[in-house]
Design a protein around this ligand. Structure first.
Ligand SMILES: Cc1cc2nc3c(=O)[nH]c(=O)nc-3n(C[C@H](O)[C@H](O)[C@H](O)COP(=O)(O)OP(=O)(O)OC[C@H]3O[C@@H](n4cnc5c(N)ncnc54)[C@H](O)[C@@H]3O)c2cc1C
Length: 392
């Protein structure tokens, strides 16, 4: 595309009453569009490359009438009251606490590993020793990262830590990232806990729920405002150059925005296979992980997660990690390594040169893994700084 045809930083945005251009209709873009339209009373053009709103949280009813998550199972959980209250304006909720089993040596055990998992995987005498020592060192209810447990002087604690590390953590990480855990940022890998309790919930956040009518319905309500124009199936670079934008908020890949001038950032991708079965239920919980022995990482059954009632039909999603291949699949995850972060910072320097004319946010704009609540929290925080600058 010739340079003059691109929507560029600096082209027209000093217009005082021009619209805001927001690139990407995921949680980040929709939150900012809603706030700018509602609170600032400004016009917003929200442009999305995919044929639908919602980004990776998009859901739809498949041919069997089962509500499925197009880009992998999305479970909402947060400790942020602010994010919870904000999203509650656009949806009712259905209470849901996610549970995950991992297949280890033919057994199905709760993860994160808890006292019941220990009792399933170890002979009774060894399990009693391990649990006794966990209680002595950490107390009932503690969550202890396995990387911490691996450093422990007590042989029973290390026996447990090495078991979880080798049978679950190491192999799952290798499959997911094609990298061993020690080559990934310990800030990410170091968090996986062992629970000194019977709590078999995957998350322990204060708020855990699913939008009662699904994510897409939530996004539709967020964007239902006369100031918001949604343009789907369109790359922002295809918008007519004559359109004038006050400012740009960009939630796509930051390296792509700058035409990869500092080199492409690494991403990890996934493939999702959807299978509909003529039965009521496929598995006992929302997700079953397969750390080893299979080419896929996990299988999720959507009816568990959404609570939807569909008689004698169920749809499962099988997840296969893949290398990111531009144009062939999606860049789902920034790869959490220190050198990638340093690489991203070179793009942040480029971003700063726009003097705030283009604001970057979101999972791809910040090159950072965000859960949905974190993406919304980050967008609300960015909005507050925008509103302050506008004197609102
Ligand atoms: C498999 C998987 C499972 C997940 N599960 C959970 C979960 O259980 N719980 C949880 O809290 N979070 C989960 N997440 C994270 C969640 O998906 C993110 O927090 C959320 O998608 C972030 O929203 P976003 O708006 O920043 O990015 P996105 O949702 O990626 O939205 C960015 C949008 O920008 C569009 N775009 C990019 N470039 C352009 C362009 N040039 N022009 C126009 N549009 C463009 C993209 O098409 C995309 O739709 C999961 C993520 C994945 C990948």
């Amino acid at each position: 595309m010739p340079d003059q045809d691109r929507v560029r930083p600096g082209a027209n945005w000093d217009m005082t009453n021009g619209a805001w251009l927001i690139v990407g209709a995921g949680f980040t873009g929709c939150t900012l569009a809603e706030r700018i339209a509602n609170v600032l009373g400004r016009k917003v053009v929200l442009v999305e490359r995919r044929p639908h709103i919602g980004g990776n949280a998009f859901d739809y009813y498949d041919e069997s009438g089962v509500l499925v998550h197009a880009y992998g199972p999305h479970i909402f959980h947060t400790n942020s009251r602010k994010v919870w209250e904000y999203l509650s304006r656009f949806t009712e909720w259905r209470r849901y606490e996610h549970r995950v089993l991992a297949v280890v040596d033919g057994m199905r055990v709760p993860v994160p590993f808890n006292v019941n998992s220990i009792r399933t995987c170890f002979p009774a005498a060894a399990a009693a020793q391990i649990v006794g020592r966990l209680l002595r060192y950490y107390g009932w209810g503690a969550n202890v990262p396995i990387l911490t447990l691996r450093q422990h002087h007590d042989g029973y604690i290390r026996l447990l830590a090495d078991y979880v590390y080798e049978k679950i953590f190491y192999e799952y990480t290798l499959k997911q990232w094609e990298l061993p855990p020690d080559e990934l940022d310990p800030l990410v890998t170091g968090r996986v806990p062992v629970r000194v309790s019977l709590d078999d919930r995957y998350f322990q956040d204060i708020y855990q729920a699913m939008p009662a009518n699904g994510y897409t319905a939530l996004f539709q309500r967020m964007l239902d405002h006369p100031n918001i124009e949604v343009v789907l199936g369109t790359d922002y670079r295809q918008l007519a150059p004559a359109r004038e934008f006050k400012r740009i908020i960009y939630t796509g890949m930051i390296d792509e925005f700058f035409e990869f001038r500092r080199g492409p950032l690494p991403y990890r991708s996934l493939r999702f296979d959807f299978v509909t079965l003529n039965k009521e239920r496929f598995q006992e919980v929302g997700t079953v992980n397969y750390p080893n022995g299979q080419p896929f990482t996990r299988i999720s059954e959507l009816k568990h997660i959404t609570g939807q009632v569909v008689e004698n039909k169920t749809t499962i999603t099988v997840e296969y990690p893949e290398r990111y291949a531009p144009g062939c699949n999606e860049p789902y995850y920034p790869i959490p390594r220190k050198d990638n972060r340093a690489h991203y910072l070179t793009y942040l320097e480029e971003a700063q040169k726009t003097n705030g004319a283009v604001l970057f946010a979101g999972r791809l704009g910040d090159y950072k893994y965000y859960n949905m609540d974190q993406a919304v929290g980050r967008a609300l925080q960015l909005f507050e700084s925008i509103a302050a600058a506008e004197g609102v």
